[in-house]
Structures are given as structure tokens and as C-alpha cells.
Design a protein around this ligand. Structure first.
Ligand code: N01
Length: 541
């Protein structure tokens, strides 16, 4: 049992929320490697996290599956076979289910159970966790693997409850695939989810109306069946691949990036863009020129290249112009990857509606009505309107720290964290890929492993030294927040009108950068330094 400040009873050593990539690895690490007694919860009916809920048509990973997978177990990564370069949601869910079986993780998880409050008991030195099933459990450590994109943004459209047809959310898709055959389907939102769904819904529906507020810079994913030779090579070199990934800004082992789009001729620039476009994936974004996210003029060159390609692919010039983003820099909204997305608009049954110039006024019983009174009659409405990212999943748990202070109060002006891992006044509460960590700008499974390893080491350190509590100092936290904001201000990110990276996709949410923009290697170096210096910036008591 872990040391605690009093003798008050504890039910477990650690309570973990989530059974996605983060929760599963946390259970394995804390239970099987540290020997802790852990209890995990997930609101879902089974493991999978994001990949449990987001089962809309077209849902697919957009980092190569060989990289978007756990690295902690050599046999697991060698034995698992991915059928495609970028696997679809069912295969990722099977993978996570396989991991749960292989490490016997389900016995530590209570499914179908949502955490309703998490409260620190200062006298006992324990977190008291309550659930919607009436559980009240106490443990010295609370670990959130609640995810970054797990709380869908509430529909902002008056009348949505009056719609007589079917309403679906991409982020909470039914397990039984709805039939769209012959139906009039409307979809609101063209982020990564909307764009993936449009490509498939176009083929599945009688008629598809896409309501677009801001066009996106979508680029080809470049998916293909797994090449057996490449797979054998990757498996033989997994160690080096993971090493290269962890040393790359975004956690993938790409390596061709050139310093500046402005330092080369227009011909060379085009050659680089063309090459990255044809190879697909995130190469255009992160493996072309280093200054794309930092210099408006460099960014203009890639933005114009993407617009050219959109115009080539979409037959109707008016539709093509509507699909071309023009008023914000490439990469300041998370860039989506696509398969035949632009070609969907060449079909007779697909219509693009611009709801920037003519916003959605309301959802009526019959469909969607715009500000000018035009009404689109629909049988089904799909909401691909995004998430209350990064902070939303933590705030949804109603967390109260030392002295009765709510996390919601502490974060009223945006997240306050140290390393995106912990928050001052919330002792022993660890946030896997929390706000102000690289999280979504790092390859998620690797970002998760790094965080779980960090918190497991911290817990081991406490136990080995007869200590009960780890908590960041207010000074260290203030400095981290300043540093993450400073990094963001050096990029073009704050220039996006709405981007969940900045929190300003949700009405009323403070506009603050939610991710660490210094890159995964710098972040990992900082975490290592903190540990080397005896958990510098943390109070250990
Ligand atoms: O959400 P989004 P998402 N009226 O916020 C529109 C990950 N992901 O679910 O841009 C009209 O990107 C909104 O319009 P605007 C990935 O990290 C990964 O698509 O605000 N429109 C936008 O078009 C991704 O970034 C994969 O003007 C409204 C859309 O809804 C993240 O999840 C796949 C509106 C929301 O786009 C989120 O993506 C899917 C309104 N009131 C997702 N409100 C992979 O491939 C919102 N919109 C791994």
C-alpha cells in the first residue's frame, strides 16, 4: 500500500479514468509493473476510448498505423499485423481489444460507469471518486486518461431537439450502422471528422448536403494495403523507428524537412510540395519546410499550392472556390487528411452550402434553415461539429482540489498546468496528455506512453522515499503557462478564427493555446531534466 498522510481507509492505490490508449497502458504499467491495486472506469461499454465512440463511416487514423501503436511491448508490436497503411476505426478497436486481452486489463475496468466527481480529502491524503452508478472509492492517486477529444461540443443550433428525422454525432456514433440509402442527409462541419465522413456518406446517401462554415486545407492521406516487404522491414527495425519517432517534433520518423520555403526557388518549392502531396500523410505539413507554421509568407506558398490542387480536383468552379480556404494560415486549424474528399463534390447527389455568408439560423422539424430563410429538408442530420478539446474531459469530472478549490475555478482563464501533467492545488492528480503538453501535436500512443512512464516513475519515487504527495509549485506552473503561451505566440496559431488548438471553437471558452508547441524532443528533454534535478518544480512531501 502507498504511504498516506493519515490512516483513513483507501479502497485502491490508484483510480484511473478511461480505457482508451491512455487508460489501458496506465492500468498495465501501474498494476502489472508497479504492483499497485488499481481500479479503472470508462463510460463506454468496452475498451477503445476515441476508437470506441468515433465509429462514423470513414473514421480512420491519420498517422501511419505502424507508428500509431504502442511501443512498450516488443512482442506486441512485432506480432500485430495492420492490414493498411492507415487503418480504419474497426481495426484500431480490434487492436485495443487484443491489448486488453493480452494483458488481462478488462478485469480492472468498470465499464458503463461515468465519474461524476473527484474530490481531494486533505486530511486523509486521498482522492474520493464518485460515479453515476453510486460508487464512492478512495485512493491516493488519480490518473486521468479521459482523452483530449472525448467531450463533443454541444450542438449550437436552436431547434435541434425538434428535428423529426434522425440526428447523429460523429463523436458518439451508434453501434448499429444507420442506413442512409435513398435518404436526404445533411452534415454540419468539415473538420477531420466531417471530411472523412463526407467521402463515405456521399456514396451511401440519396442526397448529401454539406454545411460548411470554414473550408479546410485537406490533403491526401495516401492510404494503401500494407506492403509485406515494408512490414517485415519495419518490424525488424522497430527499435530504431520508435527512437526516430521520439526524436521528431511530431513523433513520427519523417526526416526530409528543409529549413525554409522562402530560401528555395519557386520550382524547388513546387517539387517539394508535389513530392509530399503524392506521398500523402502529414508530410506536407511537417516534412516539407520548417517555417510553414512560423512565417506567414512561407505559409502562403503552401496554402496557395493546396488551393491550386483543390481547383484541379473540383469540377464546378464556384464549388471549388468555396472549398478553398483563404482567410487563415494552413496548419493553424488541425489539417485533415482525405481520400476522394474533393471528388465527392463532383457527384450529382452532393451539394455544398456556405454557412459562413448565410449562417445556420435553426434546425426545424423538417431540416436546416439558414439566416436568409432558405430551408434544406432532410431525413438525417449529422453533427461533425467538434469537441471541447483538452480541458473539456477534465472539467467534466467535477474535480475539487486542496481547500475546496474547483479545477474549473483554477482554470477559469484557461488551463494552468506544470508540464501538462499536473496542476497546483491538485496533489497526486495526473493528467495523461493533459493541456499544455505536446499531446495531439505528438504521436498520441507515444505521448501517452511517455506520460504514463513519467507518472509511474514519480509514484515509485514517492513510495521508495516514504513520501505521500507530489504536486507542482505555483511558480513552476506559472512559468510553464508563460512558456507555452510564448511558444504559441511565435507561431501563426493564434491567427486562426476558430481552432480547437486555441479553444476558440467553443463559444465562451477562453482563447488559450491548449498544446505545447516546442516539439516532442524539447518536451521530453525538459521532463528528463525535471526528474534528474529531483523533480524540480514539484513539491514532494
Ligand atoms: O472537429 P473540428 P472534428 N456552425 O473542430 C464546424 C481529431 N480527429 O471532430 O471551422 C457551423 O476540427 C467547424 O466550423 P469552423 C483531429 O485531431 C482525427 O472534425 O469552426 N459549423 C468545423 O468545420 C481533429 O482535428 C481524425 O468554422 C460549425 C467542424 O464543425 C479533431 O479530432 C479524424 C459550427 C468542427 O471541426 C477534431 O475534429 C477525426 C457551427 N455552429 C478527428 N460549430 C483522424 O483522422 C462547429 N462547426 C485520426
Amino acid at each position: 500500500m502507498a504511504a498516506s498522510t493519515t490512516t483513513a481507509p483507501q479502497d485502491h492505490d490508484a483510480i484511473i479514468v478511461g480505457a482508451g490508449f491512455a487508460g489501458l497502458y496506465a492500468i498495465h504499467k501501474l498494476r502489472d509493473q508497479l504492483g499497485l491495486d488499481v481500479q479503472a472506469f470508462d463510460a463506454a461499454g468496452d475498451v477503445g476510448g476515441t476508437w470506441y465512440w468515433n465509429r462514423y463511416p470513414g473514421a480512420r487514423v491519420d498517422i501511419e498505423s505502424v507508428h500509431y501503436s504502442y511501443s512498450f511491448d516488443e512482442d506486441l508490436q512485432r506480432e500485430w499485423h495492420w492490414t493498411e497503411k492507415f487503418c480504419a476505426q474497426p481495426e484500431i478497436l480490434s487492436y485495443l481489444s487484443h491489448v486488453a486481452d493480452r494483458f488481462d486489463l478488462r478485469r480492472s475496468i468498470r465499464f458503463g460507469t461515468r465519474i461524476t466527481s473527484v474530490t481531494w480529502d486533505d486530511d486523509a491524503g486521498l482522492w474520493e471518486v464518485r460515479t453515476d452508478k453510486g460508487d464512492v472509492l478512495r485512493a491516493p492517486y488519480f490518473v486521468s486518461g479521459a482523452g483530449t477529444l472525448s467531450v463533443p461540443k454541444k450542438p449550437e443550433f436552436p431547434g435541434v431537439d425538434t428535428f423529426a428525422g434522425e440526428v447523429y454525432m460523429t463523436g458518439n456514433w451508434p453501434h448499429e450502422e444507420p442506413s442512409f440509402e435513398g435518404k436526404r442527409v445533411g452534415i454540419i462541419g468539415v473538420g477531420s471528422s466531417g471530411i472523412q465522413a463526407v467521402s463515405e456518406l456521399a456514396k451511401m446517401s440519396g442526397h448529401l448536403t454539406v454545411f460548411q462554415r470554414t473550408p479546410n486545407y485537406a490533403t491526401p492521406i495516401g492510404n494503401a494495403p500494407t506492403d509485406p516487404e515494408e512490414e517485415a522491414r519495419d518490424k525488424a527495425n522497430y527499435r530504431q523507428i520508435r527512437e526516430a519517432s521520439r526524436n521528431h517534433f511530431l513523433g513520427v520518423p519523417y526526416s526530409d524537412v528543409q529549413p525554409s520555403a522562402l530560401a528555395v526557388s519557386a520550382e524547388e518549392r513546387r517539387r517539394v510540395f508535389e513530392d509530399r502531396w503524392n506521398r500523402g500523410g502529414f508530410r506536407l505539413f511537417i516534412d516539407a519546410f520548417q517555417d510553414i507554421l512560423f512565417d506567414q509568407r512561407a505559409n502562403d506558398t503552401v496554402a496557395e499550392y493546396i488551393r491550386e490542387r483543390i481547383r484541379e480536383r473540383v469540377k464546378d468552379p464556384r464549388t471549388a472556390e468555396l472549398l478553398c480556404p483563404k482567410d487563415y494560415p494552413y496548419g493553424t486549424k488541425r489539417p485533415p487528411l482525405e481520400t476522394d474528399y474533393y471528388e465527392a463534390y463532383n457527384r450529382d447527389n452532393v451539394e455544398l452550402v456556405d454557412v459562413k455568408s448565410n449562417p445556420i439560423a435553426e434546425v426545424t422539424p423538417r431540416g436546416v434553415r439558414l439566416a436568409d430563410g432558405t430551408e434544406y429538408e432532410l431525413d438525417c442530420l449529422v453533427l461533425a461539429t467538434g469537441f471541447d478539446a483538452c480541458t473539456g474531459p477534465l472539467l467534466a469530472m467535477n474535480i475539487t482540489g486542496r481547500g475546496g478549490r474547483k479545477l474549473a475555478e483554477h482554470w477559469a482563464d484557461g488551463p494552468q498546468t506544470y508540464l501538462g501533467l499536473m496542476s497546483s492545488g491538485f496533489p497526486n492528480l495526473f493528467m495523461i496528455t493533459g493541456p499544455q503538453s505536446p499531446s495531439v501535436l505528438y504521436n498520441m500512443p507515444l505521448a501517452i506512453e511517455d506520460h504514463v512512464d513519467f507518472l509511474a516513475d514519480a509514484i515509485s519515487h514517492l513510495r521508495e522515499n516514504g513520501l505521500a504527495v507530489i504536486e507542482p509549485s505555483e511558480d513552476a506552473e506559472r512559468e510553464w503557462v508563460r512558456h507555452t503561451n510564448e511558444l504559441a505566440d511565435a507561431t501563426l496559431l493564434p491567427n486562426s478564427p476558430t481552432s480547437w488548438y486555441m479553444g476558440n471553437n467553443v463559444p465562451g471558452k477562453p482563447k488559450r493555446v491548449l498544446v505545447y508547441l516546442g516539439g516532442a524532443p524539447a518536451y521530453r528533454a525538459k521532463c528528463d531534466e525535471v526528474v534528474r534535478n529531483g523533480y524540480e518544480g514539484f513539491h514532494l512531501t
